[in-house]
Ligand binder design. Structure first.
Ligand code: 4AD
Ligand code: MG
Length: 465
């Protein structure tokens, strides 16, 4: 075949230069036609749209054309011409074709359109080839880029918190251990306890549940940082909103109080949604059409409305008076469930809500304690269809108060001595939050299950691929 520089489909679809010779490579979506001419819809992942390859059967050997079936990968040289048909500007009249890889119609699972999302999860190695997952994964990319752009433009520094740690930031104890000990022959000390002195790090280590504690140290030196990395939670929650491995974005800012923190969270989310609407138009329109007819409307609605801000106490009061039958009881002190959060957002206020000042018992040890001795300066951002999308707080910057709380909770200071010590040396007010990246992608794509917005989801009993 003649060597011609490859043009991506996304660029071809913009091309006005008809009658030029081009090369395109991609995967066959469909092939149809008659005895004289065939039409192949080719997709290379660069856009949701396909380019049409027109094949004059008289000009090619039958044997060469036979394996050009759905799923096959082909390399095509041809003339880019103005399209005769509707729905596309241009198409390619094939001059030379090479088959890179065949896909046996008897076994290639993505033959017909309209597979269920459940089925596609079982073939996660192939589902990025579908329109739906192509769209989701492109949006995911653009959102990751927009996150870096947002913070970079605002003077935040990307801070790399460790993946392996010895501490438990959220104190929930739902950690995956990181060990090189032989599990069939675990060394034990004189009390029969596992002897971590013999382990790789000489102490118990785990995969991080959050980069926040280290991120705070970044903020207390660089001023404003953000982390963006994988986090791990061994909670046995099989819900459409929980993953065992998810990505989290955690900004942390010196001198910000909880109100500044809420302003940042709202501005950040609106920036990302506006970015998606502007830069992922084709993919969002496709998802709006196929899965969620209110998607675009919902995204625009969030952009054009202020988030409601109220305290946990006020929120619980509204829920108690709502007369709504909830599966989980609601009372002051209860940890709010997604049904409660969604009631406030979808039924009561009909817009995003930020709840603040939660009871200290249901929040982590590091949150700034309020004067009342009962509540802490936490803030959760609640979104339609999602519930909690962001969790954050102003941090307790006072050494004595922090130590008192650590003692009350009976926490072991050994793995976090360095964090506590930071309150002794130039402590300052500071705040931050964590945005669950997949929850953001759920919102922006309108998908209903978090397993469908990450290439290879990890959930209880599932680590395939
Ligand atoms: O509310 P979380 O647990 O807060 C923290 O980890 C803090 N250290 C963040 C901070 O202040 N820097 O988690 C933050 C967000 C949640 O609001 C949710 O969007 C997401 O992370 N999240 C999960 N996403 C998917 N699967 C899970 N199992 C998640 N757990 C939390
Ligand atoms: Mg939370």
């Amino acid at each position: 075949m003649e060597q011609i520089r490859r043009t991506k489909v996304v660029e071809l679809l913009q091309l006005e230069d008809f009658e030029t010779t081009v090369n395109v490579k991609g995967w066959v979506r469909t092939r149809r036609g008659n005895k004289q001419v065939n039409f192949v819809a080719l997709n290379d992942g660069s856009t949701i749209h396909n380019i049409q390859i027109v094949i004059d059967l008289g000009k090619f050997d039958d044997e060469l054309l036979k394996p050009i079936t759905t799923g096959a990968c082909i390399n095509v040289n041809g003339t880019y011409v103005e399209s005769q048909g509707k729905g596309q500007k241009g198409e390619i009249l094939a001059k030379e074709i090479e088959v890179f890889g065949t896909a046996d119609p008897a076994t290639y699972p993505l033959q017909k359109k309209g597979h269920s999302l459940e089925f596609l999860r079982e073939i996660a190695h192939l589902r990025p080839r579908t329109n739906t997952f192509g769209a989701i994964l492109r949006i995911r990319h653009h959102m990751a880029y927009a996150i870096h752009k947002y913070f970079n433009d605002k003077g935040f520094f990307y801070f790399h918190s460790p993946i392996i740690t010895a501490s438990d930031c959220e104190g929930a104890g739902s950690m995956f251990q990181a060990t090189t000990l032989d599990l069939n022959n675990v060394p034990r000390d004189e009390f029969g306890e596992v002897n971590f002195k013999d382990d790789f790090f000489g102490k118990q280590a785990n995969l991080t549940v959050s980069g926040q504690l280290e991120g705070e140290l970044g903020a207390m030196s660089l001023g404003a940082i953000y982390t963006f990395g994988p986090t791990f939670r061994a909670e046995n929650s099989n819900t459409p909103r929980h993953l065992a491995e998810f990505w989290m974005i955690e900004p942390e800012v010196a001198f910000n109080d909880v109100n500044d923190n809420m302003d940042l969270a709202e501005d950040f989310l609106k920036y990302l949604i506006a970015y998606a609407l502007e830069n992922c138009k084709d993919d969002i329109e496709f998802l709006n059409e196929m899965f969620d007819k209110e998607l675009i409307e919902r995204l625009k609605f969030v952009l054009s409305n202020d988030f409601v801000r109220l305290t946990y106490t006020e929120g619980v009061d509204i829920l108690e008076k709502s007369g709504e039958k909830f599966e989980f009881p609601v009372y002051w002190g209860a940890d709010l469930q997604s049904e409660h959060e969604r009631y406030l957002v979808e039924k009561h206020f009909k817009r995003p809500v930020i709840l603040t000042d939660y009871p200290k018992e249901i929040k982590s040890f590091y949150m700034k304690q309020n004067e009342d001795g009962k509540t802490v300066r936490g803030m959760d951002v609640l979104f339609p269809k999602i519930g909690e999308i962001i969790g954050g707080s102003e941090r307790e910057s006072d050494y004595d108060k922090l130590m008192k709380r650590v003692d009350e909770l009976g926490m072991n200071v050994d793995p976090i001595w360095w964090y506590i010590e930071s309150r002794k040396f130039g402590t300052a007010p500071h705040s931050g939050f964590g945005l669950g990246f997949e929850r953001l992608i759920l919102f922006v794509t309108g998908m209903a299950n978090i397993r469908d917005v990450i290439p290879f989801p990890r959930t209880p009993n599932n680590v395939e691929f």
